[in-house]
Design a protein around this ligand. Sequence first.
Ligand SMILES: NC(=O)c1ccc[n+]([C@@H]2O[C@H](COP(=O)([O-])OP(=O)(O)OC[C@H]3O[C@@H](n4cnc5c(N)ncnc54)[C@H](O)[C@@H]3O)[C@@H](O)[C@H]2O)c1
Length: 316
Amino acid sequence: MQILVTGAAGFIGSHVVDGLLENGHRVVAVDNFSDYYNPEFKRQNVASASGNDQYTLIEADITDVLAMRQLFQAHKIQMVFHLAAQAGVRISIKKPLLCQKNNVEGTYLLFELAREFGVQDIVFASSSSVYGNQEKTPFSEDDSVDHPISPYAASKKACELIAYTYHHLYHMNMIGLRFFTVYGERGRPDMSPYLFADAILHDRPITRFGDGSMQRDFTYIDDIVSGVVACTERKLGYEIINLGNAHPVTLNEYIATFERVTGKKAIIEEKPVPLGDVRRTAADVRKAKRLLGWEPTTSLEVGLTKFVHWFKANRM
Ligand SMILES: NC(=O)c1ccc[n+]([C@@H]2O[C@H](COP(=O)([O-])OP(=O)(O)OC[C@H]3O[C@@H](n4cnc5c(N)ncnc54)[C@H](O)[C@@H]3O)[C@@H](O)[C@H]2O)c1
């Protein structure tokens, strides 16, 4: 199958591309190599796929109608994995319109072109952030997501709504995957696994937001990739599915795991929890098991060990 992957040079996108190529698919990859973080890292992310003759990389912005129409005209796309976005809660508070343009407008344009060119199957990245500060855990797909607490979360909920509309009007198969804090090799430099590894390994202080009781359901990249790739075979109508580790840890437990994995004691600086950060995330993954036959298999300890190993080899 020929699959379009957007955000293909990013952390998750580049791994998804590798996974699709390994499974015998042809990939048309698109990314604008945005400078939200070092674009050189994105060049490195695409290096492993670039020698593959089943892989085409197109440097373009998904909000560029002409460039994207040309892409659809030049390549017979059979399915779309839409991962491009302005990721990050904090930048979305500073630059809400940037988030709107990339995440909402970009998604609209992509779905519209998919419709125009007869692509019936789309998988897109949503986020656990849509659950906001809900008290009930674990978070399941039937829970209300009417109270996003950042522009980023609101933009991801918007993507889910737009997808439903396209499913309703044009019977397109839409799977929205709510990823829960993804970490691993090629990880984003704005996220805590990267920031903590960098600080701890260089004997610099890490920032702990709040008293350490905040909880996150950290999910290892290989588990995410197997969940995303599992969607290739599925025509589900419209479904929203959590992909998370289903083993939330407190920030303090997470720091202790980091200390064990690096063999170093973290120097901790406390700061108040930033506005827009949710108190906890915890995934109910029964729907992913039922619909995709998917379950996470990597513990935080094992995943962080692999990540720190990669970090030492590639970022130090
Ligand atoms: N990493 C996580 O923990 C996490 C959690 C939930 C959801 N997500 C979502 O998963 C997806 C991938 O996230 P990631 O962590 O790999 O982020 P990332 O920033 O590494 O990857 C996103 C990629 O999209 C590209 N991009 C951004 N705007 C674009 C545009 N207008 N046109 C073309 N390319 C564009 C960027 O250059 C980048 O390479 C995003 O949709 C993100 O919102 C990520």
